[in-house]
Design a protein around this ligand. Structure first.
Ligand code: NAD
Length: 318
């Protein structure tokens, strides 16, 4: 990525949790930024402070509306594609939610890029593309990829579409399989849920599953820095990276950290049982991050540290 203040970025999903952190960084560095978001899970207040700045533009619209998307994308240099359904359990029940908001939406983003001759994209994929794997560190070369949620299936379909558009139309693409991204402004996820549950009942915490689910958690600032780093350093026309940290943390431990940060003692953890939190939840996600390491990047916090920092921020602001 050229460090050029005239470069302009089109951020789909820019009013969401990760998107708004990204936008904060890019706008403050003087880049021209357009946020394109339908606010289905994002919030206007996440980006409100930028409205009126000469290098910022907000479009409230849907990526499923291709004519509007194509028109608004015109004249940008790079697309950061973050818009998607992010409610995984609902996506498993409403079976066209991920098909539309993830797969068809991504095809529209690529089509708008092709029609506007925009040739660079960064894409927010997910560890869910790996599916239900044995307890080993997952590397990008693992396969076959057999997702177990419609969200994961959607992300895998998007990776395929991006790869094909990249090959056919000369679009340079960096795809990132995120672990669990945490930080302030989060409006969903296990830390957010635990804080709200413990506010309602400070004596007892209900944990979905057996609490032994073990996953990779990393800071939103690391997520953005890692994407930018790989986009700058990677020389391939299209590539995919695990983005997260090497360590992991159990859901039971997250419950303990959140309670501790809320100043609560002797919280009884009550488990709903079973290995998964919900149908389609992969109980074990640990990353092999060597590909990012070879580019010279590692995350700045371990998973337990990231969970603690995110809990501290959320307790203050929610
Ligand atoms: P988020 O829900 O806060 O952000 C998603 C944004 O996309 C929201 O602002 C929403 O309003 C917007 N959006 C959704 N559908 C849209 C549509 N059809 N048209 C226009 N805008 C639409 O979630 P997030 O955590 O910030 O996630 C950002 C991206 O990162 C998503 O693609 C998500 O799948 C991916 N991801 C996130 C995590 C994580 O741990 N947060 C992990 C893996 C992948």
């Amino acid at each position: 990525m050229k460090q050029n203040t005239k470069q302009s970025y089109f951020v789909t999903g820019g009013a969401g949790f990760i998107g708004s952190h990204l936008v904060e960084t890019l706008v403050s560095e003087g880049y021209r930024v357009t946020v394109y978001d339908n606010l289905c899970s994002g919030k206007k207040q996440n980006i409100e402070r930028h409205i009126g700045k000469p290098n910022f533009n907000f479009v409230q619209a849907d990526i499923l509306n291709l004519p509007v998307l194509q028109e608004k994308m015109k004249g940008h240099d790079v697309v950061w594609h973050l818009a998607a359904n992010t409610d995984i359990p609902t996506g498993n029940r409403v079976t066209d939610l991920d098909l539309n908001n993830c797969t068809v939406g991504t095809r529209n983003v690529l089509e708008a890029m092709r029609l506007n001759k925009i040739s660079e994209i960064l894409f927010a994929s997910s560890a869910t593309v790996y599916g239900d794997t044995p307890p080993i560190a997952l590397s990008e070369s693992m396969g076959p990829l057999l997702p177990i949620s419609l969200y994961g299936a959607g992300k895998l379909a998007c990776e395929g579409l991006i790869s094909a558009y990249s090959h056919l139309y000369g679009i340079r693409a960096c795809m990132f399989r995120f672990g669990n991204v945490v930080g302030g402004n989060m409006a969903h996820g296990v830390i957010f849920d635990f804080i709200h549950k413990l506010r309602k009942n400070p004596k007892e915490l209900e944990i979905l599953g057996d609490g032994k689910q073990e996953k990779n958690f990393f800071m939103v600032e690391d997520c953005i820095a890692g994407m930018r780093w790989a986009f700058q350093k990677s020389s391939k026309p299209y590539d995919v990276f695990n983005l997260g940290c090497e360590s992991s943390v159990t859901v039971k431990e997250i419950g303990r950290i959140v309670a501790e940060e809320m100043g609560l003692k002797d919280v009884k953890q009550v488990f709903t049982g079973g290995a998964r939190g919900w149908p389609g939840d992969a109980p074990y996600v640990r990353f092999d991050v060597n590909k990012m390491k070879q580019l010279g990047w590692v995350s700045s916090h371990t998973s337990p540290e990231a969970v603690r920092i995110a809990a501290q921020r959320l307790i203050k602001t929610t």
